[in-house]
Design a protein around this ligand. Structure first.
Ligand code: SAH
Length: 349
């Protein structure tokens, strides 16, 4: 059984033809997928064809296990896939539109020390449809509140380590027959795989690209991110320059603030030096402390002072307001807690 929403328009045409149906069925199905209809709402399709689809495909690839709603309106969802893996997604309502933050993998193999998603390593890649259905589930629920206008691939997993499914997902969600979310309203966040960064525009992707920099020298970055052993910050900045040249899109650097570790005057100089000549903006994100590491965020005052130092040095930067941190805001924490509580209950019984 595979998610029906894994299929793009060409594959839906092929499926329709396989069952002796006219080509236009593909567009009809696409419309139902975009509305996240269940099969019994496919009323403009022959019943026999729906029965054939049901044998191979699922209209509900995710079931909601639990959710937590934050006082600021953010909702963190825990979903179960068809094979019972757990993944998290977040809904973030803003005045200017609603975003969904999606997961690209079950777990993560990148091993960043501060991150809860990578705590138990990579389990598997999510299919394009499994990524898409996180958005579809939430968009359907919120359809009377403006739906979903913006996607950020900043949930669990490394999108560029699941490259083909990430590209397919972006094309599906961007498609005029799908949710029609513009490239400018889609962000991909990566820990930094330079070969994949430069490949994206060649595959038709010109979304906002965010690089999780977090430290501006290789020596410092290696102490918190395993991927820094493989790629240098200079290689990454070169890849970002190429991405900008190919797409004309300003890139984003994400920089978590860890008290006393990467928020000093010397770090400002390293950041300025590294980002010279790159059209970019730095998003400062005070670390969300997780159960698995002892790092702490700086005080609010210190975070804003660091931001001011960057701006004074000519580096465009802002402190990101973090939403939903009262509901286990860092990705992977809701899943970890749910799994740990279940283990505890099983032990008791
Ligand atoms: N693998 C991708 C996307 C997922 S993580 C990446 O690395 O970019 C999304 C963002 O959240 C990344 O910038 C990541 O470094 C950051 N992040 C992870 N754990 C965090 C924490 N505990 N506090 C704040 N940000 C965190």
């Amino acid at each position: 059984m595979r998610p029906l929403c894994d299929l793009n328009i060409e594959e839906l045409v092929a499926t329709s033809e396989k069952y002796g149906q006219p080509k236009y069925r593909a567009k009809q199905i696409m419309r139902h997928i975009a509305a996240y209809d269940s099969f019994d709402e496919y009323t403009d399709l022959p019943k026999s064809f729906i029965a054939q689809l049901k044998e191979e495909y699922s209209d509900r690839p995710l079931t909601e296990v639990t959710r937590v709603t934050s006082s600021d309106g953010a909702v963190r969802y825990l979903f179960k896939t068809l094979n019972e893996d757990l993944i998290e997604s977040v809904y973030l309502p803003h005045d200017y539109g609603n975003s969904v933050c999606v997961s690209a993998q079950v777990g993560c193999g990148m091993g960043c020390v501060f991150c809860a998603s990578g705590k138990h390593g990579l389990v598997r890649n999510l299919s394009a449809g499994e990524i898409l259905s996180q958005v579809l589930h939430i968009a359907r629920e919120k359809r009377d509140n403006g739906g979903v206008n913006k996607i950020v691939m900043m949930g669990s997993g490394e999108p560029l380590a699941n490259y083909d499914n990430t590209v397919k997902f972006i094309k599906l969600v961007n498609s005029a027959d799908g949710l029609n979310i513009g490239m400018r309203s889609i962000s991909v966040s990566t820990c930094g795989l330079p070969d994949k960064i430069v490949q994206l525009p060649d595959d038709g992707i010109s979304c906002t690209l965010s690089l999780s920099l977090h430290a501006a020298t290789d020596a410092k970055r290696k102490t918190i991110m395993k991927v820094a052993e493989k790629y240098s910050v200079d290689e990454l900045v070169d890849a970002l320059k190429t991405y900008f040249d190919k797409t004309g899109r300003r890139v984003i650097l994400e920089y978590i603030l860890i008290d006393g570790f990467n928020d000093t005057k010397a770090d400002v100089a390293d950041i300025k030096n590294l980002l010279k000549g790159l059209c970019c903006h730095v998003n400062l994100i005070p670390l969300n402390p997780t159960d698995n590491c002892s790092y702490m965020p700086p005080t609010k005052k210190r975070a804003y002072a660091f931001c001011d130092m960057l701006n004074s040095a000519g580096v465009s930067a802002s402190v990101r307001r973090s939403m939903g941190s009262d509901v286990a805001g860092a990705c992977g924490q809701l899943k970890n807690r749910t799994v740990e509580e279940k283990a505890k209950r099983n032990k008791k019984s």
